[in-house]
Design a protein around this ligand. Sequence first.
Ligand code: SF4
Length: 474
Amino acid sequence: MSEKASLLSVYKLLPQTNCGECGEANCMAFASRLLERSKPPEDCKPMIRETRYKKNFAKLVELVAPPIREVIVGVGDRAVKIGGEEVLYRHQITYYNPTAIAIDLSDNMSAEEIKKRCKAIDSFSVQKIGQELKLDMIAVRAASGDPDRFASAVKLVAETSNFPIILCSYDPNSLKAAVESKGIAERRPLLYAANKDNWKEVGELAKKHNCPVVVSSPNDLDTLVSLSSTLESMGLRDIVLDPGTLVEGGLLKDTVNNLVMLRRAGLKKTKSLGYPILVVPAVVWAAENPDPVTTSYRESYIASLLLNRYADVMVMRTLDIWAMLPVVTLRQSIYADPRKPVSVDAALKPFGTPNETSPVLITSNFALTYFTVANDIESSTVDCYLIVTDAEGLAVEVGVSGGQFTAAGINDILTSTNVADKVKHKRLVIPGKAARLKGEIEDVTGWEVMVGPQDSSQIKDFLKKHWEAPKQKT
Ligand code: SF4
């Protein structure tokens, strides 16, 4: 978002008729949605329809555009947005588009190997805090040096997978052969890359096929700016910056410094630098006979480091779950919106096959708390009911201190879930971290309260030692 964008400056450019066609009550509300990026300018239909708003619409688009351009690779449901960031530090607002992870493959592979790798990339999936963490793109490397072979490999990838594709070659003929293969340009691949030797041909190819394009200049930001500016003068706007991923000879620090300088300059709207950044942690595999374990480990920590330092898209090679897990988990944490605690719905959840004498436990609706407790209960194979109370997405201890995890809230969820009809007792196990609410919960709900363990991994032992359901309701 532009530094000069304010609610009033956005509102002034809108028609101010309060017609409601955008789905908002009035233009001021729509201005607010634009500023928080929950709606695009195009949702104001009168501005699209009526020529008298044309100038203001162009100004509006410019005003609300993030300083780092949002570039889309691919089409349809699998299209990936990269860039679009507004701040250097996540806590200033939030980061918007999670770093896209592309896994590479080579045109030297056999057709069977290519298909197998595409399927492995497609099926990579990790469940974490209620979200499915997946990979995003496939990068096809022209390692053979043969444009026809490269084009065939790209075609096979496109037939096997619907992931967005990065076409990797410095040879304009190879890029041309691949992008002009049937159906490839329509998939809007990312062309990697234009450099100081081939920028004219690659730039023209990107322009002709309306594809996003990477400009590459390893450890030379002056040339990178010059390339970016040259491609802009050719009319290209969907540009991605590759400042090089140097990891050997003590140059990793230069790589990090370059990324930080690029992002700072981009956010300050320095000409030709307001674009997403691409890095290639897969370069660690360039060593002769790399040891697969140490190289995967190295790739994993370098990717994590660069993910922390503004990489918007990363090309990686390892598919080892132990190496990829830290990367996708870190990405999930960094790109979680700090303005909204990650929460689950308040509800009654049965575990195993609970009956009328089974324990009733309670926890908060902070997603991390809920999934930790749920995993601990599942792994200990306890039959019970777990009530998730609305603590405004906060953890138990924080909710107790801040007044979001309350006796009144617990009373509401006990009532709305009708848990009293499912068990023949009125005994509730609360988290150890909510011990100080015991008396108040008993007073408000009429249920007997047992203070459970501080740590949900102790639930099984706790219930074994202490749980004995009364024969009838007390
Ligand atoms: S559609 Fe446009 S003119 Fe109508 S209320 Fe929304 S912002 Fe205002």
